[in-house]
Write a protein that binds this ligand. Structure first.
Ligand code: NAI
Length: 210
């Protein structure tokens, strides 16, 4: 994954949270915030915040704090949410529908242009204003529309079969809800795995050790 040189992935993973908090402060009409105030609101230490943001050139000024709007814009730029990336969603079952219907993709720089499922009985049903297409049509659709991201809401075995084709079709980013390990098999693409069960097990650990 490419990122500003020397910036750890753990810092990058904290950026969406900064972005969310700053967006809320911006919506409340706040103009600036000190690292101490931001740290109290976010449950981090002020020095952690300074260290994180210094990785990108340090946006704060001594005695002034951070300008919320410009920090928000800058973090958005680093995350790339100001871009519009064309995405397809594969698997229009329970999970695929929930993801399609409840995520604000546009706000995060993604535009869903196609929904696919191999179950022909679903073809033509509308999700998010888009007709579900049969997976047989993925090849032509990708050739014509050049999506760069795939959201995989399909079983592991289906993802294993489909991913080599998607990589060949130029899909570079995978929001992977399947349990297939794309990253190890295709190191040339960007993968973000989402496993709700991992989060649940982390909660299990936390309550066991509370
Ligand atoms: P579901 O059975 O409701 O939907 C799966 C859909 O995928 C079906 O419509 C099916 O026709 C379609 N499908 C299967 N093979 C396909 C292929 N090769 N190409 C296109 N579409 C295909 O299942 P649900 O609940 O939506 O879950 C989907 C998968 O996501 C499951 O395998 C499950 O293990 C996984 N999952 C992952 C979670 C996570 O946190 N990462 C949470 C819940 C489920």
């Amino acid at each position: 994954m490419s990122r500003p040189e020397g910036v750890s992935i753990s810092v990058i993973k904290r950026l969406p949270r900064y972005y969310r908090f700053l967006g809320e402060l911006k919506d409340q009409g706040m103009i600036r915030i000190s690292s101490k105030d931001l740290s109290e609101r976010m449950g981090l230490t002020a020095s952690q915040i300074r260290q994180d943001l210094n990785c990108f050139g340090g946006f704060g000024q001594q005695g002034y704090g951070y300008n919320i709007e410009s920090l928000y814009e800058e973090i958005g730029r680093i995350l790339g949410v100001n871009k519009v990336r064309k995405a397809i969603l594969i698997g229009a079952g329970n999970l695929g529908r929930a993801v399609a219907l409840h995520m604000n993709f546009e706000r995060r720089g993604f535009h869903i242009i196609g929904v696919f499922d191999k179950n022909a009985a679903l073809s033509g049903q509308i999700i998010r204003g888009l007709p579900i297409r049969h997976t047989d049509g993925i090849y032509d659709f990708c050739k014509d529309n050049s999506p760069v991201v795939a959201i995989l809401c399909i079983p592991s075995i289906a993802a294993q079969e489909l991913t080599p084709e998607l990589v060949k079709l130029g899909i570079k980013g995978y929001w992977n809800f399947s349990h297939y390990d794309i990253a190890s098999n295709f190191p040339e693409v960007a993968v973000e795995n989402v496993h709700l069960s991992d989060s649940l097990m982390t909660l299990s650990y936390k309550i066991s050790n509370f």
